[in-house]
Design a protein around this ligand. Structure first.
Ligand code: SF4
Length: 458
C-alpha cells in the first residue's frame, strides 16, 4: 500500500504563562492508502494534538518546531514556513512572530482542509451548528470545496455547457477574473428573445434598480434554464460595463444562482446520508441536530467529513459519547467505508478494544511520541513496549473480578517539565540507568513492528 501521509520528527509545543508545554516531541508516523490506523494512549499523551496538527487547527499559542515534517501526498507543506528552531524557544521567544506563522499555516491548510483531510470530533452536538438544517451543513462543506462538482451534477441533468457552469461559479464566488472573461462573449452569437427583454428592462430609466431586478428575476421562468447568466453577461457587454459590477446591481440573481447550487447540495446530502444508512434521508436533511439521536448526529458528522471525497479522515474519539450498540454500528460503518471508498482513517481512541474492531495497524502514544506501532495482531498478541503491555492489561475483562482491574501505576508526565530520557521511565517496571538519560530510538523489531525501548535492539 502506498503512503498517503508521512510525519517526521513532528514537535508541537504550546507557549503558556507557566512555561512551554511540550505536547508532541518528535512523532514519526506514516499512513497508507485505504488503511485504518489507530492512535491509542492515555489522556494527555498527545493523540488529539497530533490530529489537530495534521489539520492545522492549532491555536495561536502553538509552536511547530523547525525540522518537523508533515508530508501529505508527497507535499511537505511545513517547508514553506520559517519555523522556530528548538533552541530559540526560550523565555524570550517571539510569540507575535510565531502567531503570524501559525496563522499563515492555518490559512494555507484551509485550502486542503475538508477537501483532502477532514476530521470527525468526539461530540457531534458541539461539532454541528444547532441553528442550521442538516442538509445545509453538508451543503456548506460542499460549497467550500466542491462547488464545481455540484455544478457538474446540475449539468448532467440539464443541457448546459461546462463554460456556463464555470461562469456561474465565478459569479457565485465573486471571482476577480470575470472581467477577463468578457472578451470571450464577443465571440458568442447575437442575442435574441429573452435577452432583448432583459436589455429593455435594464434600459428603462423610469424604474428603480430593485424594480429592474425583480422584473429580470421574474423572467427566469421563461429562460431556457435557470442558469442563464451567459445571456446576462452578453447584455452587460452591450452596456459596456463589467459583468461583476453589473451583477452587483442584481443581487437577487446572485442569490438565485447560489440557491440553485444549495438545492443541488441538498440532493447530494440525501445521497450521502443514505449511503451512511440513515433512514428517511430525504426528511433528515430538513431536520436540525437536536431532532436526531447521538448516533445519527455522529453519522451526519461523518457525512460532512465525507462530502468532498477526502483522502484522509481523522476520527477523534468518534464513539466515546455513544452507547455500546450505536458505537458498534459506527465502527461497522467505518469498516464499510474503508472498503467502499478506499479512504485512509486515523482513528484516535483511548480504548484499545474499540480500535481492535476496525484498525489495520495501531500506534501507541506516550509523552508526545509514538512508542510502538505495528499491525493489530502484533500489538495485541506480541506487544513489546512496557507501556503497551500496561494498556492491554488495563482492558477490563468480563471473566475477571471487576474490583481487580489493573492500571498503570503513576500518571502521565507534566509536559511543561517532561522527564529526561525515556518519557515512560518514572513508571516503567523495567527501568535501567540508560533509560533515565537517553531517548530510545525506534527500531524495527519484526516486519512492520516498531518499538522505542532500550529493552529491544542492541
Ligand atoms: Fe522502560 Fe527503559 Fe523501555 Fe523506557 S526505555 S520503556 S524506561 S525499559
Amino acid at each position: 500500500m502506498s503512503e498517503i501521509l508521512t510525519i517526521n520528527n513532528l514537535k508541537v509545543w504550546f507557549h503558556t504563562r507557566r512555561g512551554t508545554f511540550k505536547a508532541l516531541n518528535g512523532v514519526n508516523l506514516n499512513l497508507r492508502k485505504g488503511e485504518v490506523l489507530g492512535l491509542a494512549g492515555e489522556s494527555g499523551s498527545g493523540k488529539s494534538t497530533l490530529g489537530l496538527s495534521i489539520m492545522a487547527l492549532l491555536p495561536s499559542n502553538a509552536i511547530i518546531v523547525r525540522g518537523s515534517k508533515i508530508i501529505l501526498k508527497n507535499r511537505d507543506y511545513l517547508k514553506y514556513f520559517e519555523l522556530f528552531p528548538e533552541e530559540k524557544i526560550d523565555r524570550k521567544f517571539k510569540i507575535k512572530k510565531n502567531q503570524k506563522i501559525m496563522k499563515h499555516i492555518r490559512d494555507f491548510l484551509a485550502k486542503i482542509r475538508g477537501k483532502e483531510v477532514s476530521m470527525v470530533f468526539q461530540e457531534p452536538m458541539t461539532a454541528l451548528n444547532p441553528l442550521l438544517q442538516i442538509g445545509y451543513q453538508i451543503t456548506e462543506a460542499l460549497l467550500a470545496h466542491s462547488s464545481i462538482n455540484l455544478a457538474k451534477r446540475i449539468l448532467s441533468r440539464i443541457n448546459l455547457t461546462e463554460d456556463d457552469v464555470r461562469e456561474i461559479l465565478k459569479i457565485v464566488k465573486s471571482s476577480k477574473n470575470v472581467e477577463k472573461d468578457l472578451n470571450e462573449f464577443s465571440k458568442l452569437k447575437k442575442l435574441d428573445g429573452i435577452e432583448d427583454q432583459v436589455l429593455y428592462i435594464l434600459n428603462r430609466k423610469d424604474l428603480s434598480t430593485i424594480r429592474k431586478e425583480r422584473m429580470i428575476y421574474s423572467l427566469k421562468e421563461k429562460m431556457k434554464n435557470p442558469l442563464t447568466m451567459s445571456y446576462l453577461k452578453k447584455i452587460a457587454e452591450n452596456k459596456s460595463i463589467g459583468i461583476y459590477r453589473f451583477l452587483n446591481r442584481i443581487p437577487i440573481l446572485k442569490r438565485y444562482l447560489k440557491g440553485v447550487l444549495i438545492k443541488e447540495g441538498y440532493r447530494k446530502a440525501i445521497e450521502l446520508l443514505a449511503m451512511l444508512n440513515i433512514p428517511h434521508a430525504e426528511k433528515v436533511v430538513y431536520m436540525y441536530p437536536h431532532e436526531l439521536s447521538g448516533g445519527m448526529r455522529q453519522r451526519v458528522s461523518i457525512a460532512i467529513a465525507l462530502a468532498n471525497n477526502p483522502d484522509i479522515i481523522i476520527l477523534d474519539e468518534p464513539t466515546s459519547a455513544l452507547d455500546v450498540i450505536v458505537q458498534y454500528q459506527i465502527l461497522q460503518l467505518i469498516s464499510e467505508l474503508k472498503y467502499k471508498l478506499n479512504i485512509s482513517f486515523i482513528f484516535i481512541s483511548h480504548d484499545l478494544s474499540v480500535l481492535a474492531e476496525v484498525c489495520d495497524r495501531i500506534a501507541i502514544m506516550y509523552g508526545g511520541r509514538i512508542v510502538e506501532i505495528g499491525p493489530i495482531d502484533k500489538i495485541f498478541y506480541e506487544s513489546l513496549h512496557p507501556y503497551t503491555k500496561g494498556l492491554l492489561r488495563a482492558i477490563p475483562k468480563i471473566s475477571k473480578d471487576i474490583k481487580t482491574i489493573e492500571s498503570i501505576p503513576g500518571t502521565v508526565p507534566d509536559m511543561r517539565n517532561p522527564p529526561n530520557g525515556c518519557m515512560f521511565h518514572p513508571r516503567c517496571p523495567y527501568v535501567m540507568d540508560v533509560c533515565r538519560n537517553k531517548v530510545p530510538k525506534s527500531i524495527e523489531y519484526s516486519k512492520d513492528h516498531f518499538v522505542e525501548c532500550f529493552l529491544y535492539g542492541e
